[in-house]
Design a protein around this ligand. Sequence first.
Ligand SMILES: O=P(O)(O)OC[C@H]1O[C@H](O[C@H]2O[C@H](CO)[C@@H](O)[C@H](O)[C@H]2O)[C@H](O)[C@@H](O)[C@@H]1O
Length: 249
Amino acid sequence: MSPNQLAAKIRAGGEVLLMCDYDGTLVPLAPHPSLAQPGPHLLDLLRRLVMRPHLHMAVISGRSLDELRELLPVAGLYLAGLHGAYVLTPDKRVVSLIPSGKEKIPWAEIFKLAQKLTAGLPGFYLENKGEAVAIHYRLVPPKTAASVLHEFRRSMEPYHIFGIEFLEGNKVLEVRRRGINKGLAVTYFIKKWPRALPVYLGDDKTDADAFSALPPNGLAVRVGNVLTTETPYFLPSAKEVVELLAHLV
Ligand SMILES: O=P(O)(O)OC[C@H]1O[C@H](O[C@H]2O[C@H](CO)[C@@H](O)[C@H](O)[C@H]2O)[C@H](O)[C@@H](O)[C@@H]1O
């Protein structure tokens, strides 16, 4: 289905809840996270979309809320960061979707271990997201990456009692709190606008949880070829996602 045809299907829903992943969906993947920036055209489209009556828009990403806020300075846009752990509302409230009573996780220690294992090895990039740690290995020779990641998984064994889990993304291994996934954020937004047609666009394994959280009337749109989840709709790349947004403005 072309972006134009998909836009017509979405518009037919009347009130719409449009939820998008960021990396690989709104912007193409880049060699380094800092290089995956939104262009002025995308920002302009988002600013116009949030003004549309009957359209609610949210970006749900593995990035931290602070990063998302900097990347997407769009008033009126809902942001969900850290794989759906936190939502930033347009009136600047941060809503935690982490179930209460969860144990504290020693994130600083986990980050230090990742630093120790990658020290002096070119190509690795570590992200300390405060409540998640990501080891990026896109620029690392595969053998080195495999052995460091194996060692990291081993060194994390004593930390599983704190309720952590691994998440394999696109050339990145992340440690996050167990039970947190993008499905939580999708459910949060659907509860907020129960009458809207929910639409989710995503490209990565982490988006599979978001697709699963859609109700039967929801539209799941897979972007690119990384994700193997079967979805009814497909767009080849972030370029077509931007085209779709332009048709919805
Ligand atoms: O949920 P998303 O918005 O898709 O975020 C998932 C992770 O995306 C970022 O890493 C990925 O994109 C980078 C920029 O294109 C790329 O260099 C990296 O290899 C990819 O894994 C981000 O840095 C992570 O924090 C997100 O969890």
